[in-house]
Design a protein around this ligand. Structure first.
Ligand code: PLP
Length: 424
């Protein structure tokens, strides 16, 4: 009892008056505590966080691989072997640049598959492309600096550069990808250029060689750094991809970004940056101050998965699967949505655009689709500035062919309903 009284006095709930006894305080300390209002930021969260990811995939989930085809048993076996043999060193600490054997495996992989010219010393292992964009923005940009952005383009990059105070310059994407001449007309003093040359996000074309050389030329003239986001080139169904922009550059102009988060599974959170040598030190130092390093054990498991040949095998299987799903989508769309939408002849990726034949309010299509249990994203979400076409992003990798056909039928129903309501 004495201890309880002492404690309540110490916390201010009781006060002792000499000769009179112990009383409940006149002012209860709860009233003195400043009230911290927690503002709900629902609108911000709704805009920046994928709303669908927690549910099983439905037509037409974007940015998600076929997770039910991931070789979980194999991953578990490698993980268990690594855990049983984990040395003190693997548990104690990590290299902020990344687990050395994994960096070597990444350097070898990007050299053979993407024509990237690098040493393991230029590779930094990160939580993904998004972290690379954030760190690069902090290192390279000052508030007010201009950044050339593909329009339409990747909203994750828009946000990373906006948060660093940059001025985003929308550069038009025509039938041949990003147009550097348009960039130069809009702002000839950009500090950074963000681009997805292997497979433009979201429209899907590859940047041809003459444009690549023109882009590198513009970058050198402006002394700008180019960020080459190679987010999904592992999934190429036809032909060989053009080698990376990074491999065309003999100097310090290009940063190459890649990720395992879609090639394997999104919650893995491991990706990488291949940096020009002169950026490595400051980049790794900043990374250390932000979040130290990527979990070592996960890096070690991934490293074994790559070096034992499972990664290449998995990609080969997924390519065949996604190609047949893409085929199912284009065939179903031809049957049910001919004259309403057109799907470009894409050769890579986990998703495609579907362009509307008539200009249509994409937000209305999104709303009507969601009532029918579809996940659709309008192209307007990827625009910094209005573009001449309207359409949707349709993911096809995460769902099977039956769900793809159900989705196309439902989408046809959406357009029929909207057409009926359209004023004549
Ligand atoms: C074009 C593009 N770049 C980068 C990313 C992000 O990659 P990560 O998950 O590795 O951060 C995405 C993810 O959807 C993307 O679509």
């Amino acid at each position: 009892v004495v201890t309880v009284f002492e404690q309540l006095k110490a916390e201010g709930y009781l006060e002792g008056r000499r000769g009179a006894g112990t009383f409940v305080s006149e002012r209860i300390p709860d009233d003195l505590q400043p009230r911290i209002e927690i503002k709900t930021t629902a609108s911000i969260a709704a805009r920046s966080v994928t709303p669908f990811a927690a549910r099983p995939p439905r037509a037409f989930r974007v940015n998600e691989p076929a997770l039910d085809h991931f070789p979980m048993d194999l991953w578990a076996r490698i993980g268990s072997r690594r855990l049983h043999r984990a040395s003190r060193l693997l548990l104690a600490s990590g290299d902020p640049q990344g687990y050395r054997p994994l960096r070597e495996a990444i350097a070898a992989h990007v050299a053979t598959s993407r024509g990237v010219r690098c040493e393991a010393d230029q590779v930094v292992v990160l939580s993904g492309t998004q972290q690379a964009l954030d760190l690069l923005a902090r290192i390279v940009l000052k508030p007010g600096d201009a950044v050339w952005m593909e329009n339409p383009g990747y909203p994750g990059a828009f946000e990373a550069f906006r948060k660093a105070g940059a001025r985003l310059v929308p550069v038009s994407v025509d039938g041949r990808g990003l147009n550097p001449a348009d960039g130069a007309r809009r702002d000839s003093r950009a500090r950074l250029i963000y681009t997805t040359p292997a497979h433009q996000f979201p429209l899907g074309m590859a940047l041809p060689l003459d444009r690549r050389l023109e882009l590198l030329d513009s970058a050198r003239r402006m002394k700008a750094l180019v960020i080459e986001d190679d987010y999904d080139s592992e999934f190429r169904y036809r032909g060989r991809p053009l080698p990376a922009l990074q491999g065309l550059d003999s100097g310090d102009t290009v940063v190459f970004l890649g990720s395992f988060n879609k090639a394997l599974f999104p919650s893995l959170r491991i990706g990488y940056a291949v940096l020009p040598p002169n950026l490595v030190e400051s980049f790794v130092e900043l990374r250390f101050h932000v979040d130290r390093y990527t979990p070592q054990l996960d890096q070690a498991i991934l490293c074994d998965f790559i070096t034992e040949g499972h990664f290449t095998r998995h990609l080969r299987r997924m390519r065949a699967l996604y190609e047949s799903r893409l085929c199912a989508l284009t065939e179903a769309a031809k049957r049910r949505l001919d004259g309403v939408i057109s799907i470009p002849d894409i050769a890579a990726g986990l998703q495609t655009t579907a362009i509307f034949s008539k200009r249509t309010d994409t937000a209305r299509v999104e709303r009507a689709s969601s009532i029918l249990g579809l996940e659709t994203l309008g192209l307007h979400r990827f625009c910094l500035e209005r573009i001449g076409t309207s359409g949707l992003m349709l993911g096809f990798a995460a769902i099977d062919e039956a769900e793809i056909r159900r989705g196309v039928n439902a989408l046809a129903q959406v357009f029929e309903t909207l057409d009926r309501r359209r004023p004549t």
